[in-house]
Design a binder for this molecule. Structure first.
Ligand code: ATP
Ligand code: MG
Length: 238
């Protein structure tokens, strides 16, 4: 059974269609990429899944149970967590105080990510890469079966991106399913197990990353160019 299912989800903002009947199934234990041009509806889907936006039509099922009527807080308690695109840390709290005041009970990830040297520092004293890891460890300190990530690699250096990719594989292998919105196709293609492409509020392709990236409709949505990441993967698989 899929961990999360969206069935015929539609949503309009002031009469303008953001989502037009989206079906999406997320397999447990996968990293699922959600990609598409600007305005395709990716963030709106995250908002529908977390309950920030109530869809006009359609159903959201989590672990087989409809959650469309639940608040964001209730959905988080069921294990749906999210990392926002911009940092949500408090400038006046140390890293340790974050874990004490806003974190959950499980500090295992803060140890695994070797965050001890930073515990006494405040967010303005951290590099962006470390701040991102602190946020990830905080999210994972709460019950987290499904993690939604909005561009987790944006703004990171090359080395930090590598570390983030291997970190997300470790998170997946520990039992947390991930949906990843990302603009860097190269990075995404190497990381995800499945991929869905949205364009103007509709799903235009869905499946294994290599097949999806080679799909003519996907290439057309990306201005007819073969994504760089696809070329790289082809060369590696030779
Ligand atoms: N709060 C809102 N009010 C009005 N229109 C909105 C609102 N949020 C999103 N939209 C519109 O809905 C459509 C989908 O937007 P969304 O933010 O989901 O796209 P996206 O795929 O996340 O794009 P990006 O890659 O630029 O972040 C766009 O046309 C956008 O302008
Ligand atoms: Mg967005």
């Amino acid at each position: 059974m899929a961990l999360l299912e969206l069935c015929r989800i539609s949503h309009h903002f002031s009469g303008v269609r953001a989502l037009g009947g989206v079906d999406l199934a997320i397999e447990p234990g996968s990293v699922h990429g959600l990609i598409g041009p600007n305005g395709a509806g990716k963030t709106t889907i995250f908002n529908v899944i977390t309950g920030i936006v109530r869809a006009d039509a359609g159903e959201v099922l989590f672990k087989g149970r409809p959650v469309g009527g639940l608040s964001s807080v209730a959905r988080a308690r069921l294990g749906i967590q999210r990392l926002f695109q911009t940092t949500q840390l408090f400038a006046t709290l140390t890293v340790d105080q974050h874990f004490q005041l806003v974190g959950g009970h499980d500090r295992g990830w803060s140890q695994r990510l070797e965050l001890n040297p930073w515990l006494g520092l405040r967010p303005p004293e951290l590099s962006f890469g470390i701040a991102r890891q602190v946020e990830l460890a905080l999210v994972l300190s709460r019950p987290c079966d499904l993690l939604l990530l909005d561009e987790p690699a944006a703004g990171l250096t090359g080395e930090e991106r590598q570390r983030m990719a291997s970190l997300l594989r470790t998170v997946r292998d520990s039992g947390t399913t991930i949906i990843l919105v990302e603009h860097d196709l190269d990075w995404t293609l190497k990381l995800v197990d499945r991929m869905t492409v949205l364009d103007r509020g509709r799903v235009i392709a869905d499946g294994r990353p290599l097949a999806v990236a080679g799909d003519p409709a996907v290439r057309a949505a990306y201005l007819g160019e073969e994504p760089d990441g696809l070329k790289g993967l082809r060369e590696e698989s030779r």
